[in-house]
Design a protein around this ligand. Sequence first.
Ligand SMILES: NC(=O)c1ccc[n+]([C@@H]2O[C@H](COP(=O)([O-])OP(=O)(O)OC[C@H]3O[C@@H](n4cnc5c(N)ncnc54)[C@H](O)[C@@H]3O)[C@@H](O)[C@H]2O)c1
Length: 264
Amino acid sequence: MKDYLDSFKLTGKTAVVCGGLGLLGKEVSKAFAQAGAQVIILDINEDEGKKFQMDLSRQNLVTEIISFDITDIYNINNNVQALFSEKGSIQIWVNLAYPRTKDWGKSLTDVNINSWQKNVDMHLNSYCLLTREVAELMKKKEILGTIINFASIYGVVGPDFEVYSGTSMTSDPTYAAIKGGIIAFCRHSASYYGKYGIRINCLCPGGILDSQNPVFIANYERRTPLRRLGRPEEVAMATLFLASDASSYITGATVMVDGGWTCI
Ligand SMILES: NC(=O)c1ccc[n+]([C@@H]2O[C@H](COP(=O)([O-])OP(=O)(O)OC[C@H]3O[C@@H](n4cnc5c(N)ncnc54)[C@H](O)[C@@H]3O)[C@@H](O)[C@H]2O)c1
């Protein structure tokens, strides 16, 4: 009989979590480590890396942290090739780094063209180029790998600006262009690499509870069918599913983890 629980384990696999020291990346890295993967975190935040390693060692979990800047897009191929050469085989790759310019978070009419271009280069273009290079190396090495790109509800639907009322927050329009682009490219690359057994999926979180303005939280809760924001661990569980053999027939999908935000 098939051991279904075994399909969710990552034992014997190497998983790269690119942006793994952020709110969601840390939880994804923990989930992967618990599931038995050898986890490699790529990130630029060295201080956070040291703190996270201490936190993990208290839980008897191990990850390796390597300094890696995804915005260095002209060297992405070399940098990823170097990592594959050093590690041998990488079966799981997650893109969830969140680079943004200092003026990130402007409204539609206020975004300037330089920031727009920079953010698209740093976030959309880096995710796409990383996906292509990782998939190419998996293909060459005949690895039946899986790549998960983080998008967002805002790559699928427009914002309901009412959730920002009573706050100084808004949704940066560049985010919609970036996340919509990531979802479209995910479908394209999933179709292209499917015949090599490489799966490429998008995961779209809704709003995740962090330390947002309480007015925003109340507005967001009212608008969401499950009446709350998400938790990082809920995103990590869905990522683990997409990374594991439990999702072996899923590719090119846009998986919503949004408390029902996009169903209404
Ligand atoms: N948190 C949410 O509510 C939410 C909702 C929807 C989608 N998302 C998406 O989930 C992903 C993760 O979001 P998060 O909230 O964990 O972000 P975060 O800002 O908490 O973490 C992002 C991580 O990326 C790293 N990073 C930034 N620039 C980098 C670079 N140039 N190279 C390598 N690493 C870099 C940061 O150091 C940080 O560790 C993003 O793609 C984001 O768009 C988040």
